[in-house]
Design a binder for this molecule. Structure first.
Ligand SMILES: [Mg+2]
Length: 407
């Protein structure tokens, strides 16, 4: 079964809605990491791998989709004529092909991920079995998911939709937000906080926030310091009684080793679209299992195909904790991939269809052409970040008005 052709499909995807149905809530809470509302920059990149047997595999790559598309096109000729069943060997071939480019972190890994995911889809379709069955079989039939909320009203709306786990985020008054949400939803809902690890957030700032968050018994506290600040994570691990989470910006087993060899976190958050692929995610999960660390994949702006890949892998991981999801995503999601799994009572049901169990409607992709895929918003007048908003530079957010911000 030889690979004959690799196609890419890049599209603009709309912003998710908040649980209360407004555009601002969930999109704004996600925007803290980049400054721009997610709806302005969110893109999905899908890949189709064709074979001479007529079987076509579908994959998705995140990690800057606009650039990942170019990487997939550049890698494609090295795969034409290869046996689509040789997934591990082809992963190694693609990784080696990127050695000359420095292997390129999540962008290169996003390209490898998209192609490798499609190879698993092909193998499952060829054998008539779901991908989870190829990975060793299920340990669960449904995956618990969490939603986002930035206010008590949104949190209550998430609970009304069936969610029992909610995350809020940002470095502006996270303690006040979580206190109000805990008050609104009670003790039976798991809560999480994501500080998005902005560059200016120093360990002592985070320590102050963490001590104030301790009474709320969070499920985890995400990126309390920048992801690269391993020493900071270590200090927080030892000083604050909240499970720590990180890893959405990392790719491959080699990067996750830095988080796991001690370990410095309690939960790892590989992004299914850019961590290196299904087999890398399975290996990263096993590394975490050996350290008694949970796996809670990052979703963020992720599309429906990579989410489906996450469902298949999490179905097989004994240490899968929970998965990120938008409670009410952009409605176009289900036009692009009608087979995308819809949450039921805060869970995603593991599918039994062969391969990944999801197909692409190419006409819908074409009707949402790509636009701008990155950026930080600046005011037109001064060309500076807007004070007091999500667009303000993260360093300023945490260094000034410290008494008000870090309460
Ligand atoms: Mg995050």
């Amino acid at each position: 079964m030889k690979i004959t052709r690799i196609q890419t499909f890049l599209m603009h995807a709309g912003a998710p809605l908040s649980a209360t149905g407004t555009k601002e809530g969930a999109a704004a809470s996600v925007a803290t990491a980049t400054g721009l509302p997610l709806g302005d920059t969110r893109h999905w990149l899908f890949v189709k791998v064709h074979t001479d047997a007529g079987i076509v595999g579908l994959g998705e790559g995140s990690g800057w989709p606009l650039v990942v598309e170019a990487a997939v096109r550049d890698l494609a000729p090295t795969l034409i004529g290869e046996n689509a069943a040789d997934i591990e060997r082809l992963w190694q071939k693609m990784f080696l092909a990127m050695a000359g480019h420095g292997q390129t972190g999540v962008v290169g890994a996003g390209a490898i991920t998209a192609i490798e995911m499609a190879l698993w889809d092909i193998k499952g379709k060829a054998l008539g079995t779901p991908v989870w069955n190829l990975l060793g079989g299920k340990v669960r039939d449904r995956i618990r998911v969490y939603a986002h909320a930035s206010s008590p009203e949104q949190a209550k709306a998430c609970v009304a939709l069936g969610y029992r786990a909610i995350k809020t985020g940002g470095v502006i008054d996270p303690v006040g937000k979580i206190a109000a949400i805990r008050d609104a939803v009670g003790q039976d809902v798991d809560l999480m906080v994501d500080l998005h690890g902005p560059p200016g957030l120093q360990t002592k700032d985070a320590l102050l926030i963490g001590r104030a968050l301790e009474p709320y018994r969070l499920l985890f506290w995400e990126e309390p310091v920048p992801a690269e600040n391993i020493d900071g994570l270590r200090r927080l691990r030892d000083a604050v009684a909240i499970p720590l989470a990180s890893g959405e910006r990392l790719a491959t087993i080699f990067a996750f080793r830095d988080l796991l060899r001690e370990p410095v976190v309690d939960v790892i958050q590989p992004d299914t679209g850019r961590c290196g692929g299904i087999s890398q995610l399975r290996k990263i999960g096993a590394m975490a299992e050996a350290e008694h660390v949970g796996v809670a994949p990052h979703s963020g702006s992720l599309g429906p195909v990579a989410e489906m890949a996450a469902i298949h892998v999490l179905a097989t991981l004994p240490n899968a904790l929970i998965m990120e999801q938008f409670a009410v995503d952009w409605p176009g999601r289900f036009r692009v991939t009608p087979g995308a799994v819809r949450p039921e009572n805060g869970h995603l049901i593991v599918p039994d269809t062969p391969g990944l169990g999801i197909e692409l409607v190419e006409e819908e992709v074409a009707s949402n052409p790509p636009t701008r895929n990155s950026g930080i918003r600046a005011t037109a007048k001064s060309n500076s970040y807007e004070e007091g908003t999500y667009a303000e530079h993260a360093l300023v957010q945490t260094r000034f008005r410290r008494a008000r911000t870090l309460t």
